[in-house]
Design a protein around this ligand. Structure first.
Ligand code: ASP
Length: 331
């Protein structure tokens, strides 16, 4: 197949991210890390590498940064432990790999890829996933490697707010909630969707889940068809937000199905799937790319750490929304 265009789109989580809450330094750091993630993935694609490879490269950069809720800097569960989830999908073969409830693997996205490539399964969890990691030679890190002071503070705050009678109403939400939506900035999951020169799509997502989540809780990020989906005929995407709603609305597959069965262009399909998620009461966003290199990055929260770089176009890195509503760009 002749070389086609190529590019990628990344996110570092959606949530109540307001300009007044970020110092200029912190804002600059987020930009730097998102740019580094884009550069790592773009470098792979530019040299003819596969989209799957680019997704792993881009996500590893964010897993290694304490800024994001994945790998080092992941949020903590109710026991004060980091439990990590990740998944990856190949849009050419529809092969997928996922891991959930990891406590000692530095780069969960790499293990998800090994599940895809080296096992006959799609998802491995907890001790079983870590036993597999040991078999294939992974280095183990103590759980403290993932934990940061910022996440400890967020956990303490979440516990305090959730203990209040009637829960807490985060900014911008209509109803009072008690489950871990109390930490308005908690969505810091990372993800990437990429298109390579051969026209193949891939997507991946990696996360610590949600602050103060129950031990054993698994969100949408490692669920194929919810937080991650890739299909060459339609699109590749990674989602971020309140995972339960993404699982219930099967958001990732819904975007693809809207493109395939209804013939909607990427941006419209992504917007419609997000609208349906919102109807259930869900918040968050997604980043997606199609086989022509069109990109969509809609979200229904005040901000989403996001960026894209498509061959022949200037890279984009953005944090805040123009306003508090779903928006799409560059479609
Ligand atoms: N979607 C993730 C989860 O529910 C959280 C996030 O996007 O930050 O586990």
């Amino acid at each position: 197949m002749a070389d086609s265009t190529f590019g990628l789109v990344v996110h570092g989580g959606a949530g109540v991210i307001l300009r007044q809450d970020l110092t200029l330094e912190l804002e600059a750091e987020y930009h730097t890390q998102l740019e580094a993630s884009l550069a790592a993935g773009y470098g792979v694609l530019e040299h003819g590498g596969a989209s799957l490879e680019a997704v792993v490269a881009a996500i590893k950069v964010m897993e290694d940064s304490p800024l994001f809720n994945a790998g080092h800097g992941a949020v903590m569960n109710a026991e004060g432990v980091c439990e990590l989830d990740a998944s990856i999908m190949d849009g050419l073969t529809l092969d997928a790999g996922a891991v959930a409830g990891l406590q000692h693997i530095r780069n969960p996205i790499a293990l998800a890829r090994d599940v895809l490539e080296r096992t006959p399964h799609v998802m491995l969890i907890g001790d079983g996933a870590e036993a597999f990691a040991r078999q294939v030679g992974y280095e183990f890190v103590p759980n403290e490697y993932f934990q940061t002071e910022r996440r400890r503070r967020q956990l303490a705050l979440a516990r305090e707010l959730e203990a209040k009678p009637g829960g807490h109403r985060p900014a911008g939400r209509k109803e009072r909630v008690t489950f871990a939506t109390v930490d308005d900035n908690k969505f810091g999951t990372v993800g990437c969707a990429a298109l390579d020169r051969k026209g193949n799509l891939a997507a991946g997502t990696s996360t610590g889940g949600m602050t103060n989540k129950q031990y054993g809780r698994v969100g949408d990020s490692p669920i194929i068809g919810a937080g991650t989906y890739a299909r060459n005929a339609t699109c590749a995407l990674s989602a971020t937000g309140h995972g339960e709603f993404f699982i219930r609305s099967v958001l990732g597959h819904n975007v693809s199905a809207l493109m395939e069965y209804k013939g909607l262009p990427l941006a419209e399909a992504a917007g419609e799937a997000l609208r349906q998620l919102e109807e259930l009461g869900g918040t968050g966003g997604l980043v997606a790319i199609d086989r022509l290199g069109h990109v969509a990055m809609p979200f229904n929260t005040p901000g989403m750490y996001r960026g894209c770089r498509v061959a022949g176009q200037a890279p984009v890195v953005e944090i805040f929304g123009a306003e508090y509503r779903a928006q799409t760009i560059r479609s």
